[in-house]
Design a protein around this ligand. Structure first.
Ligand SMILES: *Cc1c(COP(=O)(O)O)cnc(C)c1O
Length: 385
């Protein structure tokens, strides 16, 4: 009998049981001592930067999670996004990227990638015709993120993959939101799936990491070589924390999903809220695409508030006790941020009238306490408005 993914994620042991402990040892090492001089120049691992036991275990678990042929670990999610794009492009090439991409990835395209001679055109994620129109004979890759940062639009993966394949263009997807649990892009024909392991895989807001996962040997080779050329790696201590997080990923995400969906329902009927941006809700414009491709949803979504004064908004955020004001997400704790400097406003496509967009990460606290924290925030907002 083939075991289910959550069982495999818990029991995956690449090296067999070579140590009496459940978890692999965390080896801190730069120099590897080899037995013979021949081995120094052999094909095996000869230097700590190439990864140690804990990296091997983490890579194996991620390969299984995302059905990948190869996994390249990096020190952060952003490095993973940059590595994915830079590996499959060269000077003179062009890429097309979704305009609601995670901000720092977008900046990488606009600044560093451009300086390397690769141009980027951006397209609105729901506009397939705009993607089609942006393609040039020099286009080598399409970079997507689903659902996209902050506004949660879902590009039509299947249609884009089919279109790109016919033109020999690679498709890269930032799969951080689903954590690889609710979406396996490589099984849908995507060439490269990227995750910020910093988020749900780590799950405890205490480690950084990224993974670039590929489904075919030629793409995997390009990624591996580029990572080697740049000297990219992940620290063994971070890798150990990420592997530890991975073992409880399904269980945590079940709860994040349930909590976020309950909180979104609660927010949706409040008079201060104009709109919820959560693709698992039937009122989301991309709900059908989401339902076709994803098997569940995580704890991150946005709400658009009705227009308020700045003092009202400040009163909403500044007295929050359980929702922390902080970037990143995927940990056990709840977070809320006002989303500023957006390239795409939900009003562009959802009909929202321009109130503040608030992004929530719903953690693992008791849901009644979370509602209470927000109910008091709304009271402050109304009083100060
Ligand atoms: C956080 C994030 C990243 C970057 O991850 P870091 O580990 O913080 O560098 C990339 N993509 C998405 C969608 C993210 O949310």
């Amino acid at each position: 009998m083939t075991r289910k993914p959550r069982t495999r994620l818990i029991h995956k042991r690449e090296g067999g049981r070579i140590h009496p402990t459940v978890n692999p040892p965390v080896e801190r090492g730069s120099t590897l001592l080899l037995d013979t001089s021949d081995e120094l120049y052999g094909a095996g691992k000869t230097y700590g930067r190439m990864g140690l036991s804990v990296h091997r275990e983490l890579e194996a678990a991620l390969r299984d999670l995302e059905d990948a042929q190869a996994v390249q670990l990096t020190s952060s999610g952003l490095t993973a996004c940059a590595l994915a794009i830079a590996s499959i492009t060269r000077s003179g090439d062009h890429i097309v990227a979704q305009d609601s991409l995670y901000g720092p990835t977008r900046r990488f395209c606009e600044r560093r990638l451009k300086a390397m001679g690769v141009e980027t055109s951006f397209f609105p994620p729901r506009d397939f015709e705009a993607l089609e129109a942006a393609l040039t004979p020099k286009t080598r890759a399409v970079f997507l993120e689903t659902p996209g940062s902050l506004t949660f639009e879902c590009p039509d993966l299947l249609r884009i993959v089919e279109f790109a394949k016919a033109r020999n263009v690679r498709v890269v997807v930032d799969n951080t939101w689903s954590a690889g649990v609710f979406l396996q892009p490589l099984t849908l024909g995507v060439d490269v799936s990227v995750q910020a392991l910093t988020k749900y895989v780590g799950g405890h807001s205490d480690a950084f990491g990224g993974a670039v996962m590929s489904g075919d040997p030629s793409t995997a080779r390009l990624i591996e070589r580029t990572a080697q050329d740049w000297g990219l790696s992940a620290s063994p201590d971070d890798a150990a924390l990420l592997l530890r997080g991975l073992r409880t990923l399904h269980t945590r995400l079940d709860h994040h999903q349930e909590q976020a969906s309950t909180l979104a329902d609660w927010l949706a009927v409040r008079s201060e809220v104009e709109l919820i941006l959560h693709p698992a809700r039937p009122d989301h414009p991309d709900h059908e695409i989401w339902a076709r491709d994803f098997s569940g949803s995580s704890g991150l979504f946005s709400a658009v508030l009705k227009p308020t004064s700045e003092t009202g908004l400040a009163a909403f955020f500044d007295g929050l006790e359980l929702f922390g004001l902080g970037f990143s997400w995927g940990g056990f704790e709840s977070l809320a941020i006002p989303a500023r400097n957006l390239r795409r406003l939900p009003g562009d496509w959802s009909g929202a009238s321009g109130g503040e967009l608030v992004r929530f990460h719903v953690g693992l606290e008791d849901i009644e306490d979370l509602k209470d924290d927000l109910a008091r925030a709304f009271e402050r907002l109304v009083r100060a408005d």
